[in-house]
Design a protein. Structure first.
Length: 307
């Protein structure tokens, strides 16, 4: 998959282009339907299959008080899009000037910069442009003028309810990870860079990888059996999400840290993907560090059996 930030960087620019347009947080079943329709169009017309998405949630600029916690980090989203066998992704920088474009101005700029567009595929309720001035109706109007086809894809439903990023976020936050996985079409996971912690885990005898999950929606606090996927392979692990109440920190903060079983290498600065398997227990305040150490030993033994 080719990743570009400007249309001029695309290879094979003389070919027609079939476009999927959206933010695609989670790349869930509905998003996959949109992208697969674009790929099918591209194969039929010998065109380039292109996903156009943004480097941050639009609310970061247009409604900072309503930025949702994201399902996936940007690198994780791009990896999932690549797995669908798309040809290229145009990752646009969403800033204030960009947000001021009307829907029509945005579409005409795409036609100008990309060249001949064969089709544009979006969700049926997708809106874009300043004050949400762009929608499927506008796309069809411009498609008739500028000679491209439009697919407004109906939403995918599970259990009689529409699959959406909002619904998946709600399921994750409520701890309904099986439901989130069903809507994603794959096991729910979170991904982030391994950052330096305070070394408490190592002092207890269980070194942990602290994961930067800033901006992501998280499952409820607790201890989970997980699979940790690193550059070097996939490992059984125990993940703790919480404030570590046993340590009695006067300024507790939420931390996400994984102990990779039978693993001793340095992971600082690398990306770790955590695939959730099962919740082992809720977060608990123990009477001493020794009690905590004993419980962690039990958690690891339980995780070995479940993964």
């Amino acid at each position: 998959m080719q990743l570009v930030h400007r249309a001029a960087e695309l290879k094979n620019r003389l070919r027609k282009v079939c476009v999927s347009l959206g933010f695609f947080d989670g790349v869930h079943l509905g998003h996959q339907q949109i992208i697969r329709q674009t790929i099918a169009d591209a194969r039929q017309h010998e065109a380039l299959a292109l996903v156009i998405t943004f480097d941050r949630h639009p609310n970061t600029i247009v409604a900072p008080a309503r930025i949702p916690p994201l399902i996936y980090s940007l690198p994780q989203k791009l990896r999932q899009i690549e797995l669908l066998a798309i040809d290229a992704v145009l990752l646009l920088h969403f800033d204030k000037p960009f947000s001021l474009q009307t829907g029509e101005e945005f579409v005409r700029s795409l036609v100008r910069d990309l060249g001949p567009i064969q089709s544009i595929c979006v969700g049926a309720n997708f809106t874009f442009g300043r004050k949400r001035s762009g929608d499927v109706e506008l796309l069809r109007k411009l498609g008739a003028q500028l000679n491209f086809n439009v697919h407004g894809m109906a939403a995918v439903s599970l259990d009689g309810k529409t699959v959406s990023s909002t619904r998946i976020r709600e399921a994750i936050a409520a701890g309904r990870l099986d439901a989130a996985s069903q809507m994603l079409g794959r096991a729910y996971s979170l991904s982030g860079e391994v950052i330096r912690g305070d070394g408490v885990g190592r002092k207890l005898g269980f070194a942990t990888a602290n994961i930067d999950t800033n901006g992501l929606v998280l499952p409820p606090n607790g201890v989970y059996a997980v699979r940790a996927v690193a550059d070097t392979g996939s490992y059984r692990a125990v993940l703790n999400i919480g404030t570590r109440p046993t340590l009695q920190n006067p300024k507790p903060r939420l931390q996400v840290e994984a102990h990779l079983i039978d693993f001793n290498d340095n992971l600082y600065g690398t990306t770790l993907e955590i695939v959730f398997v099962e919740k082992l227990r809720d977060e608990t305040k123990f009477g001493s560090l020794e009690e905590l150490r004993e419980q962690i030993t039990k958690d690891i033994a339980h995780a070995r059996k479940r993964i």
